[in-house]
Design a protein around this ligand. Structure first.
Ligand code: MN
Length: 267
């Protein structure tokens, strides 16, 4: 009954298969993906088919690229720069694959903590984090899905504020869950920065390092920040090791922190 938490796959199917072979999960084990399972890499279609086919028990949280893929499919949008989603969008089983992808929340509980793709606002409690994720999951599974996706991709979400109404609050939450890396001590995020820890500008810090962060005490697992690199301590586990950029694909076993890692196997 082990839980393996896996970093950003981004369409790297051969690397994913190599990692799963290394883990050799039993049928009572579960792989939990930290989001961005598709795009940029060569084989998003094969990745989704593999995760969807039920041979390995899988759970996911959505990343920015997953939301972008959902938006491209349901809103019939043209490709963004460096998109590699066309074979997936044009597949005959695309309806089932996108229905599967669109079912996942932005954050979920695993036995040792909480997993999400990007970051959490320092003022959110763990309970509030899961409630915001559930609200967005509901929005994405209902009649407002397309209108909500359209708002997400124009990237006009406000800064998080507890006084925001439900819709604006959920949009601010999506931005945090899927795009956060750094912010200032008041929780204003810079969603464009993607550099290393050494390159974090003065006055900014990793979202998890903000003093007084209210999720302290819950172990947090996240991806999205390839230049950050792997980190595992009592508070956070950073899982994006840049597989799609020629790095490696990493998983951590929640029960004992054992690390499983394979080099990029796409070429
Ligand atoms: Mn990402």
């Amino acid at each position: 009954m082990a839980t393996y938490v896996v970093g950003d796959v981004q369409g790297c199917y051969r690397s994913l298969r190599a990692l799963v072979e290394k883990i050799a999960p039993g049928k009572n084990d579960c792989l939990v993906f930290a989001g961005d399972i598709v795009n940029r890499g060569p084989s998003s279609l094969e990745v989704l088919r593999f995760l969807c086919d039920g041979s390995v028990p899988v759970r996911c949280v959505l990343g920015n690229h997953d939301l972008w893929a959902l938006a491209r499919y349901y809103l019939k949008l043209p490709p963004g720069k460096r998109d590699t989603l066309d074979p997936l969008l044009e597949a005959e089983d695309a309806p089932a694959l996108f229905a599967w992808l669109g079912q996942w929340p932005l954050a979920q509980t695993i036995p040792s903590g909480v997993i999400f793709h990007g970051g959490l606002h320092p003022q959110w409690t763990t309970e509030q984090t899961l409630a915001l994720s559930a609200a967005v999951q509901k929005r994405l599974s209902g009649g407002e899905r397309d209108a909500f996706l359209r708002r997400i991709i124009v990237r006009d979400a406000p800064e998080w504020d507890p006084a925001l109404d439900a819709l604006e609050g959920e949009l601010a939450a999506v931005r945090w869950f899927t795009r956060a890396r750094i912010c200032d001590t008041s929780g204003r995020m810079d969603a464009e920065f993607s550099g290393s820890l050494e390159a974090v500008p003065a006055g900014m810090l990793p979202w998890y390092a903000v003093p007084g962060r209210k999720t302290r005490g819950t172990r947090l697992y996240f991806g999205h920040w390839a230049a950050h690199g792997f980190l595992s301590n009592s508070e956070v586990v950073a899982l994006d090791t840049g597989c799609v950029w020629g790095g490696s694909l990493t998983a951590v076993r929640a029960e004992d922190d054992r690390v499983f890692q394979v080099p990029n196997a796409e070429a």
